[in-house]
Unconditional design. Structure first.
Length: 405
């Protein structure tokens, strides 16, 4: 999609005194033609200090992005699922350093008997690709998904390397919840019952049928093959090469299921209603920022234990053979379902921060040291693996404002 002209009168929201520069940069993203529709919310010390939205929810119909517009956030969903796992950990469902097979016996197939939850949730298990073909029916059936992912053979020796489990991580997280939750709920059901409803948050992993279509932002320009070729300057060359070459770890990671390779699928209710806990969360942006804010300020709203918070804040351990991501072909650091700050991708104020970016540019994180919860999402996808400039300028300006208070 070409650059889109948005009038400043279409930008709405509230800013606390001292944070006006964030609104200016939000507006500038639109003025430069980098946005169709977007929203950004930030909490500081438990208080909402930035709440902005604007542009078009649907560019074709010129439908505005309203205060209650919800948007699909791709892999920013991983952080939402990671927070659900954190709540399960705090309730004693599992321990991060225990073997996955203790809670899920058939996971031990094909040499996975010694993989720990920490390794799995930190993208070190070598389970970034699934060999068994996955269709829409299978994706919507937890028992079929259990069988498909439990028998997967690791693509490297677990713990030695790491690589972005772009789609698969959420399926493994959901089965861990289902195996350990006394009610045997999927992660989407668990999140809805234990987090979203009690806290009044509109965050969905699996969209209910009663949510109206005219509230959902239409996503544009996903990371598909042809557009990727024309955006190679924004992506690691090794990633593009591996993505396009059949049989590589990168290609296998994103090749199955095939129906997830186009934005058309993600804009359809058939895919939105099933649970893809790593990829198809649909949210109100301010509610994701609010949830991260709870974790950035002690987690009392969910009675999160300090040992759980400490685990989330710990710096990510570098794999035995170094930080190079076998899928993304850049240096990365992951821990317990989250991206962590690193020299190659810094965010927040220090290494205590944790969050996840999503394909196209969305990003949400908690910064416990600064007591910040942040979320940005849009419907015009960019082509950066991490650090989309639109989000980056908003985050950097937010912290500049905090330092100037």
């Amino acid at each position: 999609m070409s650059k889109f002209k948005i009038k400043e009168s279409m930008i709405h929201g509230d800013i606390e005194p001292g944070f006006e520069e964030v609104r200016e940069e939000f507006i500038n993203n639109f003025k430069k033609g980098e946005e169709v529709g977007a929203a950004c919310t930030a909490y500081y010390k438990g208080k909402k200090v930035v709440d902005l939205w604007g542009g078009y929810r649907d560019a074709k119909t010129r439908s505005p992005w309203n205060e209650d517009t919800i948007v699909l956030v791709f892999s920013t969903t991983k952080g939402i699922s990671g927070l659900a796992c954190a709540l399960a950990h705090t309730r004693g469902y599992f321990e991060y350093d225990e073997k996955v097979s203790k809670y899920w016996p058939n996971f031990a197939e094909n040499g996975k008997e010694n993989i720990t939850l920490r390794q799995l949730l930190s993208h070190k298990a070598g389970l970034c690709a699934i060999d068994e073909p996955l269709d829409l029916e299978t994706l919507g059936d937890p028992d079929k998904m259990d069988a498909a992912i439990a028998k997967q053979k690791p693509l490297w020796e677990p713990g030695k390397l790491h690589g972005y489990h772009g789609i698969t991580l959420g399926w493994y997280e959901s089965e861990l919840i289902r195996r350990t939750d006394p009610q045997h709920r999927t992660i989407g059901q668990f999140f809805r019952d234990e987090i979203a409803k009690p806290l009044g948050l509109e965050i969905y992993i699996g969209l209910p049928d009663d949510v109206l279509d005219n509230r959902i932002a239409n996503i544009y320009a996903p990371m598909y093959r042809l557009r990727m070729i024309f955006n190679t300057k924004k992506l690691p060359k090794a990633f593009v090469k591996a993505f396009l070459k059949k049989g590589t770890i990168t290609n296998r990671t994103f090749a199955n299921p095939k129906l997830l390779q186009t934005v058309k699928s993600y804009n359809q209710r058939e895919l939105q209603r099933i649970e893809l806990p790593a990829a198809n969360g649909i949210v109100q942006v301010r509610d994701v920022a609010k949830l991260y804010s709870f974790f950035a300020t002690g987690g009392k709203e969910l009675n999160i234990k300090q040992d759980t918070l400490n685990a989330l804040m710990e710096p990510a351990a570098v794999p035995d053979l170094g930080p190079l991501d076998q899928v993304l072909h850049l240096n990365s650091r992951f821990s317990l379902g989250f991206l962590k700050p690193s020299p190659d991708f810094s965010f927040g104020s220090d290494e205590n921060a944790f969050g996840t970016p999503g394909a196209g540019g969305s990003f949400a994180y908690a910064d416990p040291s600064a007591q910040v919860g942040f979320c940005y999402a849009m419907n015009k996808s960019g082509f950066y693996l991490v650090g989309d400039p639109r989000e980056k300028i908003l985050s950097e300006t937010l912290f500049k404002c905090i330092r100037n208070l």
